[in-house]
Design a protein around this ligand. Structure first.
Ligand code: ATP
Length: 269
């Protein structure tokens, strides 16, 4: 992926059925499907539909998944980028990159744009350590300009994800920008079970009730952690040359993921 690569446009095959739990967040995002499918119906009666939606919630709770599901359900192109890429990959070309991505999405409209880790470019301006944040500010200003530049005829929905809404520049949250907020939470036991069901669909599980035990024993796990747990359990079964995943594999995997989680938490600033 080069510096001057074209904006990433994808076709999403994800649907709302792939997102377990998060009922409230799903409901709020579902409202946008109709608008993307038939923007004319809304425009002809002068209805203003929001362009910017902020998805807030801890890592691994399905923010990216939900954005992809919106594009998949509406059957429109999905353009995505991540805030951290602007710091690490697109150094010096951030603003241009933003402009080109919005331009491509407008041409392809109706379309969905997804900006992951918005906080890495969208932090409050002028408070960075050591100054010299012109580059990031230019990128942020370009995002603001693009959001302001939509007219009501352009059916482009911009979703941005963050797990630090508290550090975002207030300019991003003004009316007409990311003024609709959707919260995703860590899953409760029922939601954890539903997430496990989705990701265990194609896995050979030896004993039926084992997933109930996993759901009960994983408070604090995100959807991504649970997916990870199932994969670790499958790796464990393969190492034993077994044909099916047992309760013991699941338990061992749970401990592994839990230690991993604890370690990541410990090194976070
Ligand atoms: P981050 O903040 O780290 O970018 P995120 O909130 O965007 O995380 P995703 O990337 O959507 O999280 O989640 C990672 C993976 O975990 C998803 O691709 C999916 O497989 C699984 N997952 C997370 N949440 C759910 C969920 N509610 N239902 C089903 N799968 C989920």
């Amino acid at each position: 992926r080069g510096r001057f690569s074209k904006p990433t446009e994808q076709k999403s095959r994800v649907t709302f059925a792939d997102v377990a739990g998060q009922d409230q967040a799903k409901k709020e995002v579902e409202e946008l499907v109709e608008f993307l499918r038939e923007p004319d119906r809304f425009q002809s009666v002068g209805a203003e539909v929001p362009h910017g939606v902020l998805l807030m919630g801890p890592p691994g709770t399905g923010k990216t998944l939900l954005a992809k599901a919106l594009a998949g359900e509406a059957d429109v192109p999905f353009f995505s980028t991540s805030g951290s890429e602007f710091i690490e990959v697109f150094v010096g070309v951030g603003a241009g990159r933003v402009r080109r991505m919005f331009e491509a999405a407008r041409k392809a409209a109706p379309a969905v744009i997804f900006i992951d880790e918005l906080d890495s470019i969208g932090r409050t301006r002028g408070t960075g350590l050591g100054g010299g944040h012109d580059e990031r500010e230019q990128t942020l200003n370009q995002i603001l300009a693009e959001l302001d530049g939509f007219d009501e005829k352009q059916a482009v929905v911009v979703l941005a994800a963050t797990n630090r809404p508290d550090v975002l520049d207030p300019a991003l949250l003004r009316p007409g920008r990311f003024d609709r907020h959707v919260t995703l939470n860590l899953p409760d036991k029922t939601a954890r079970r539903a997430i496990l069901d989705i990701h265990a669909r194609d896995l050979p599980l030896a004993d039926g009730p084992a997933l109930d035990d996993v759901a009960a024993g994983t408070p604090g796990f995100s959807g991504a952690d649970l997916k990870n747990l199932l994969n670790e359990a499958a790796i464990g079964a393969a190492r034993r040359h077994a044909k099916a995943i047992t309760a013991a594999d699941l338990e061992e995997a749970r401990d592994k993921v839990m230690m991993g989680t604890v370690r990541t938490l410990a090194i976070q600033p």
